[in-house]
Design a protein around this ligand. Structure first.
Ligand code: AMP
Length: 224
């Protein structure tokens, strides 16, 4: 057997550079990503202790005087920007309508599309957009409705719903009920039935629920 050839390479022992001693009782600073991970984890654990709708409420941001002085705008971008928040909202809306034989979710431009699209997919129903005037490309029905100052128009494709279709109308927020009521008029013009209106937020003090009666209103977060 051939003798093993001796390596001529020298083994160089790696000596780590000398580090300055850590003062007693003081932690060496953790890497930034580790600190970030720790914070996120503990925040997540705390959030699971809140009940889902309390958690959701904490994700609605109040913006005073937007878009006009005197309006307290309910900003849902933190809610939809939070994976758990968005899931809670969709789950909570979906569970009210599962098993009701819905044919379509009619959603109102533009924030209604966020919830309406996910809800339609979850409920295995069709998604139908209601848009501001001039946005839909095919043959449309149009309804005008009064705003606080002036009026607005919304539209729906004329072939969107079949006669007798069972529909839920979805938007992010119910204020006076004018927009949702106009959407209901569009739905009924096509011979479909509005089973309910569904919102993430309801500004109860503006009386929208009464305006939409006798059609039931489902809302997840009510502000008085
Ligand atoms: P209304 O027709 O009065 O019920 O108004 C509802 C529509 O206006 C919804 O599409 C809302 O997105 C929007 N809206 C009205 N008031 C507010 C508010 N305070 N914060 C956010 N959105 C609002």
């Amino acid at each position: 057997m051939a003798a093993r050839k001796r390596s001529s390479h020298k083994v160089v022992k790696h000596v780590p550079p000398r580090r300055s001693p850590t003062p007693r009782g003081v932690d060496r600073e953790a890497p930034e990503h580790a600190a970030r991970g720790r914070r996120t984890l503990s925040a997540a654990v705390c959030s699971f202790e809140l009940d889902p709708l309390t958690y959701l409420r904490g994700l609605v941001r109040d913006i005073p005087d937007f878009p006009r002085p005197g309006i307290l705008f309910k900003d849902i971008t933190p809610l939809v920007g939070d994976a758990r928040g968005l899931n809670i909202a969709i789950d909570a809306l979906a569970e009210r309508f599962v098993g009701h034989g819905l044919d379509a979710v009619v959603a109102i431009e533009s924030r209604g599309f966020i919830f309406g699209g996910a809800l339609a997919a979850r409920l295995n129903a069709r998604f139908v957009p209601v848009r501001k005037a001039g946005k839909l490309p095919y043959v449309i029905d149009r309804v005008s409705y009064a705003l606080e100052y002036g009026s607005a128009e919304i539209e729906m494709h004329r072939d969107a719903l079949r006669t007798g279709a069972r529909v839920v109308i979805v938007d992010d927020l119910l204020a006076t009920g004018g927009t949702a009521g106009a959407a209901a008029a569009l739905v009924e013009r096509q011979g479909a039935t509005v089973l309910a209106h569904a919102f993430v937020i309801e500004l109860g003090f503006l009386g929208g629920r009464a305006r939409l009666a006798p059609t039931p209103v489902v809302s997840l977060l009510r502000y008085e």
